[in-house]
Design a protein. Structure first.
Length: 135
C-alpha cells in the first residue's frame, strides 16, 4: 500500500510515522520545507501537559500519548522532549488548581500549590543568576 500525506505539521508527520511503523510506503508533501518553519507546530514554544482543567478526559488521553512520545524518541534515537515541569498562574479568582489537582491525582502525577512568595523568591534567584527553586 502507498499513502500520500499532504501537510507536514504535527498531525501529518505523526500519521506518516505511525503508518511507516506498520510497513506502509508513505510520501509526505508540504507547501514549505519539512519541518516547515511557518507551521503551527514548529519551534520550541509547544507545551505538552498532562491536564487542562475543565477538559474532562484529557489527562487520560495523555498517558498513552506520552508513551507514544517515548517510542518516537527511541525510533529517532534522539529525544525532542524537554521535561521542565510547569507553574500555573491565574489572574482570576476561578479555581483552576482544584480540577487540575483532581485529574493529576487520578493519574498518579505529583503536584503541589506554590505560594506567591515562592514565585517571587524563584524569580529573584533566576534574575540574580543563582538558579531557581525546583518548582
Amino acid at each position: 500500500m502507498k499513502v500520500s500525506i499532504v501537510g507536514a505539521g504535527i498531525a501529518g508527520l505523526s500519521l506518516a510515522w505511525a503508518l511507516r511503523r506498520r510497513g506502509v510506503d508513505v510520501s509526505v508533501f508540504d507547501q514549505g520545507a519539512i519541518p516547515n518553519p511557518v507551521s503551527s507546530s514548529f519551534d520550541e514554544h509547544r507545551i505538552t501537559r498532562h491536564t487542562y482543567a475543565g477538559l474532562e478526559g484529557y489527562g487520560a488521553l495523555m498517558v498513552p500519548t506520552f508513551a507514544l512520545y517515548e517510542q518516537l524518541w527511541r525510533d529517532l534515537k534522539r529525544s525532542h522532549y524537554l521535561s521542565t515541569g510547569a507553574v500555573y498562574v491565574s489572574r482570576t479568582d476561578e479555581d483552576y488548581y482544584g480540577p487540575t489537582a483532581q485529574e493529576l491525582d487520578g493519574l498518579g502525577i505529583g503536584h503541589r500549590p506554590v505560594s506567591i512568595e515562592e514565585l517571587e523568591d524563584a524569580t529573584a534567584l533566576r534574575q540574580s543568576g543563582r538558579g531557581a527553586l525546583g518548582l
